[in-house]
Design a protein around this ligand. Structure first.
Ligand SMILES: Cc1cc2nc3c(=O)[nH]c(=O)nc-3n(C[C@H](O)[C@H](O)[C@H](O)COP(=O)(O)O)c2cc1C
Length: 187
């Protein structure tokens, strides 16, 4: 992907590793990641996100969350200090109407958390490979919430390098009305 303008280093350095060092994250640092998610934008400021999280310091909770992942993901996620699942509230608290933006906003909150994680030398890895039914029953999820994605947070194992980034061209992603490439990205 040719770089038009350099990315901010917090975005440039973010990637999703599968090789974690299981060492502990300072609780105050972890808290700052949660604050980043909390500060995210959302439709009507609903803040529909919920995160069920556990670190290796809570081994029973950690095992319950890890067990909701598909075996491939469990295999590498088990080294991360924190495992979690995101959920979105399906209806607006103020009037009970469906909130079709709930997982949009939950994903945005996790993205903000990932930026804050990068600032602390930590790595977040999202996962769609989980068993939603198992998550719902074993984690006690209320009816009005749907699963977004699973994720890990932790330090990178020694000697692991960021792989080359593979991305589709901007011309595929930024369009004008009529679904053709926007002049803002064509050369
Ligand atoms: C919603 C979502 C689901 C994903 N599911 C998985 C998964 O189940 N297992 C996995 O190893 N990676 C998973 N990933 C990681 C993506 O493959 C990764 O983000 C993508 O290849 C881009 O790489 P990067 O994050 O390192 O830039 C998922 C990412 C997201 C955002």
């Amino acid at each position: 992907m040719p770089d038009t303008q350099p990315l901010h280093e917090l975005l440039a350095q973010r990637w999703s590793p599968r090789d974690y060092d299981p060492r502990a994250i300072d609780p105050a640092v972890l808290r700052s990641l949660f604050e980043a998610a909390r500060s995210s934008f959302s439709c009507f400021n609903e803040q529909p996100w919920r995160f069920v999280v556990a670190t290796k310091a809570e081994p029973e909770d950690y095992a319950l969350i890890l067990d909701t992942l598909v075996p491939f993901n469990q295999n590498w996620a088990k080294n991360a200090w924190l495992v979690g699942l995101s959920f979105g509230k399906k209806t607006f608290a103020k009037n009970g109407n469906p909130n079709r933006y709930n997982l949009h906003d939950t994903g945005a909150a996790l993205a903000d958390l990932a930026v804050q994680a990068t600032a602390h030398g930590l790595y977040v890895h999202g996962m769609g490979g989980y068993d939603a039914e198992k998550a719902r029953t074993t984690l006690g999820i209320p009816e009005d919430y749907e699963v977004g994605c699973a994720f890990t947070i932790g330090y990178l194992a020694d000697g692991i390098e960021m792989p080359p980034r593979q991305r589709n061209p901007l011309t595929d992603q930024f369009l004008r009305p009529g679904w053709t490439t926007s002049p803002l990205v064509s050369d």
